[in-house]
Write a protein that binds this ligand. Structure first.
Ligand SMILES: Cc1ncc(COP(=O)(O)O)c(C=O)c1O
Length: 377
């Protein structure tokens, strides 16, 4: 099982991060070996680095349906999300309550006046609720493409369209969607979109922010004037090359991967529900990204379940990876109406390109065993 972080592990936490594809690793190493020049240098060798960036920008912009000069490399999704709020100090913004912490925190840190929109019990943000929150002074709406803790796909096309009609900026955190489901910024009237390579088998520490041509967003970093003067700093060419390869691979197998991932999660859900009638899959009736699901196992804390599964070599999470160290319950699950006690009993499974049916059968059997041993069920 060459694509799990360690051999013999059953890795069901692809929403946290994916192990870089071997072809990505080769591309990164090859770039470091053969493409050492700073792309800003004047000699001919630097031309190779500039060409690598051009190619990557073309591939990545094709993946989200934008123009190559609308795409700006960042260190990942967190940076792209933070950048999107620059210049919005003291302005009114509408955010979904289930955004990633890097969106929620960025809005707070920029002292925005925030209206939070709650999802329904299935974890869906309704466009009408967003529309009702719009004020004459609303500067931006930020609603994610897919939720990282439930996989729920949000109605971004309707939200984008209502934002565009009112000339309000629409930012979409598509970190969990890009490379997994079709994403198109024009169709969805998106003005700013965040993406990250490590969620699609690319390197960590590289992502991008799409900024629609004409949107006036202040530069994030000043200095050498890279990224068209909007994000200075010597470009990470090896990671950018790796991102390009990851995107090509993701576009090539998106459909077959989605079909396989859905089947695997269906098997997991059915096996668990058959043995544990109290199990409740979240966002079960919602459209979801193919590889992510979350289950509430009443009476079994996710902390206990994660530790016990870890002992069997099965890696899952209890929600967002970056919140794993936090003692407070997931803001996503509580926004969906779960009590703090229930939110502490949710496990997130996220399968990937190389997950097998056998792994799912083993994982399901262990979860059922652990549940029965640790509860009265
Ligand atoms: C929805 C979402 N947004 C943003 C991020 C942050 O991306 P990165 O790890 O590239 O900073 C994540 C990562 O967990 C995510 O799931």
């Amino acid at each position: 099982m060459p694509h799990s972080p360690t051999p013999r592990l059953i890795y069901l936490d692809h929403a946290a991060t994916t192990a870089a594809d071997p072809l990505v690793i080769d591309a990164v190493a090859e770039s470091m070996r053969t493409n050492p020049a700073n792309p800003s240098a004047a000699y001919s060798l630097a031309g190779n680095a500039r060409k690598a960036m051009r190619l990557a920008r073309q591939t990545l912009s094709r993946m989200i349906g934008c123009d190559h000069n609308e795409l700006f490399f960042t260190s990942g999704g967190t940076e792209a999300n933070n950048w999107s709020f620059c210049g919005l100090e003291n302005r009114h913004v509408i955010l979904s309550a289930i955004e990633h912490s890097s969106v929620l925190e960025a809005a707070r840190n920029h002292h925005c006046e925030i209206t939070l929109i709650k999802p329904d019990a299935e974890g869906i943000i309704h466009p009408e609720t967003v529309e009702n929150a719009i004020r004459p002074d609303t500067a931006m709406i930020s609603v994610q493409f897919a939720n990282n803790e439930t996989g729920a796909l949000q109605p971004v096309e309707q939200i984008g369209s209502l934002a565009r009609k009112r000339k309000i900026l629409f930012h979409c955190d598509a970190v969990q969607a890009v490379g997994h489901v079709p994403v198109n910024v024009r169709k969805n009237a998106i003005d700013l979109l965040s993406a990250s390579a490590h969620k699609l088998y690319g390197p960590r520490g590289i992502g991008f922010l799409y900024i629609r041509s004409g949107v006036r967003l202040p530069p994030l970093l000043s200095g050498g004037g890279q990224e068209n003067g909007r994000r200075s700093g010597t470009e990470n060419i090896p990671a950018i090359e790796g991102f390009r390869i990851a995107a090509e691979l993701a576009m090539a197998d998106m459909e077959t991967r989605a079909t396989k991932e859905k089947q695997l999660l269906q098997l997991l859900m059915e096996t668990i529900c058959m043995a544990i009638p109290h199990a409740r899959f979240l966002s079960r009736n919602a459209l979801r990204t193919p590889g992510v699901c979350a289950v509430l196992l009443p009476g079994l804390s996710s902390e206990t379940a994660i530790a016990k599964l870890d002992l069997c070599g099965i890696l899952v999470s209890g929600g967002a990876a970056c919140a794993a160290a936090s003692a407070s319950p997931s803001h996503v699950y509580t926004a969906m109406g779960l009590s703090a006690e229930e939110a502490a009993c949710v496990l997130r499974f996220s399968v990937g390109r190389h997950t097998t049916e056998e792994e799912i059968r083993i994982a399901a059997a262990e979860i059922i065993r652990i549940y029965k041993e640790n509860t009265c069920g």
